[in-house]
Design a protein around this ligand. Structure first.
Ligand SMILES: Cc1cc2nc3c(=O)[nH]c(=O)nc-3n(C[C@H](O)[C@H](O)[C@H](O)COP(=O)(O)OP(=O)(O)OC[C@H]3O[C@@H](n4cnc5c(N)ncnc54)[C@H](O)[C@@H]3O)c2cc1C
Length: 415
């Protein structure tokens, strides 16, 4: 029995960061938009940092600012970083990046995923967009009117355009019959935060160890004070599962010693805070991002190794480009879900994302190599990049999201 049927122009399945930005990018377009998300109403976190954070690029910040979501984030929960330090397990290869070399204040910003979703929710629900929390899809099918989605409680939604923003295990991708090429990274990540004896100095650090990279991202502490004087970092420690299992079995004191050793003591003694979480690390690329009246964005389209912190930065760009192409089609008098708009979206995003997926995979393989000649060349390369300012700046610009075919929303402040 159909309880109710809601018709709209666009149906977004998944109200994570990618789906949230997608809705925000369309909120003033005149199109009616519905977001369906399985999770409860997003809440702005308060108190201690929540475990999942993202390093956002300048392009991501522009997109979030242009839709008004950045302004909803409590400033105390945003941690800018103006330096990056990447070094090899042996300590013989070393690259340092600084914002001042690029004549900018920050290389990026660390923000909690929950805070970002809550900020997007606040912006979007102040518009005409309908955001349905606790709305897990049960059945998705193609009908005469376009796409029809049924929830577990019987509510039904239909629209000519369906956007799959439902993450790595996307139901939309499966329903569309779009296969994903997966690559087994063989890694899991221990994730959480730690207090450090030395201040983090607003520097994002990554050490490449044979068993996988360890990222130490500077975090806000909720206290007032200079961003660089803070003493808390977010940890993403990628490891082989057996090694992760061994570390997870350690008591707190032994784990802290292992973490301090793995970080080569760069921040002094470290003390892990709260629960340790383990996440599998996948790599996946959908063979296509589109089907009739359907597009995939964010992790539904591609899952990238977190070692360069690019996953959601790519996902936000997908959303902005898809919105741009849908609106361009309308300006040309075509329906927003016209095949040409979807094809242009796929052309603009799939190649760029593939490049990033392959680059991250290449880095991982390069840094896991134990053969002495490979290590020698790799470390010479790192040291050479470190000595050449233009090469260093080229890498930093890419990491800041300044490269490629940027949508208008990502360029700078749009009035
Ligand atoms: C350890 C780790 C560290 C990372 N660090 C970074 C980083 O520093 N920088 C970076 O850019 N990226 C990072 N990433 C990647 C980043 O977290 C992901 O790219 C990002 O979360 C993907 O966002 P999304 O909105 O596409 O999908 P998700 O965050 O997975 O959101 C999907 C949404 O869809 C909803 N949903 C799912 N199925 C259904 C359904 N059937 N019906 C209704 N709703 C549904 C879910 O409730 C959820 O809200 C990291 C990843 C990991 C694992």
């Amino acid at each position: 029995m159909t309880l109710s049927l809601t018709e709209s122009d666009v149906l977004i399945v998944g109200g994570g960061m990618a789906g949230g930005l997608m809705a925000a990018a369309l909120m003033h377009s005149g199109l009616s938009v519905v977001v369906l998300d399985a999770a409860p109403v997003p809440q702005m976190p308060a108190g201690a940092a929540t475990p999942r954070v993202s390093a956002l690029t300048e392009a991501s910040r522009h997109m979030l600012e242009n839709v008004g979501a950045w302004q909803q984030l409590p400033p105390a929960r945003i941690q800018p970083y103006d330096r990056m330090h990447v070094w090899d397990g042996d300590g013989t290869g070393d690259v340092r990046f600084a914002a001042q070399d690029l004549h900018t204040d920050a290389l990026g910003w660390i923000v909690e995923n929950e805070a970002l979703v809550a900020a997007l929710y606040q912006v979007v629900t102040a518009s005409r967009v309908q955001w349905q929390p606790n709305a897990r899809t049960e059945c998705i099918r193609r009908s005469e009117q376009g796409w029809r989605v049924t929830l577990a409680d019987g509510r039904e939604y239909c629209a000519p355009m369906l956007i799959g923003a439902d993450g790595a295990r996307s139901a939309v991708r499966q329903v569309a019959g779009i296969p994903g090429t997966g690559r087994d990274t063989g890694h899991v990540a221990i994730v959480g935060s730690a207090m450090t004896a030395l201040p983090h100095g607003a520097c994002a650090r990554q050490r490449f160890i044979d068993s996988g990279p360890l990222a130490l991202l500077p975090l806000f502490t909720g206290e007032r004070g200079e961003p660089e004087a803070r003493h808390q970092v977010s940890i993403v420690w990628s490891l082989w599962p057996a090694e992760a299992e061994r570390l997870m079995a350690l008591d707190d004191a032994a784990f802290d010693i292992a973490l301090t050793q793995a970080s080569t003591g760069c921040l002094g003694d470290m003390q892990f805070q709260g629960r340790r979480f383990v996440f599998p690390i996948q790599e996946l690329h959908a063979s296509s991002y589109i089907s009739e009246g359907l597009a995939l964005i964010g992790d539904a389209a591609h899952v990238v190794h977190p070692l360069a912190g690019q996953g959601i930065n790519l996902g936000l760009l997908d959303a902005a480009v898809l919105a741009e192409e849908m609106l361009r089609a309308r300006q040309r008098g075509l329906p927003h879900c016209h095949a040409s708009a979807l094809q242009r979206y796929e052309r603009r995003r799939r190649g760029h994302n593939a490049l990033m997926l392959n680059a991250m995979h290449g880095f991982k393989v390069l840094f896991e190599a134990s053969a002495p000649p490979v290590r020698l060349v790799r470390n010479m390369g790192m040291n050479l990049v470190n000595r050449l300012l233009p090469a260093r700046n080229l890498f930093a610009r890419q990491a800041m999201g300044r490269g490629g075919d940027l949508p208008q929303l990502a360029r700078s402040k749009v009035s």
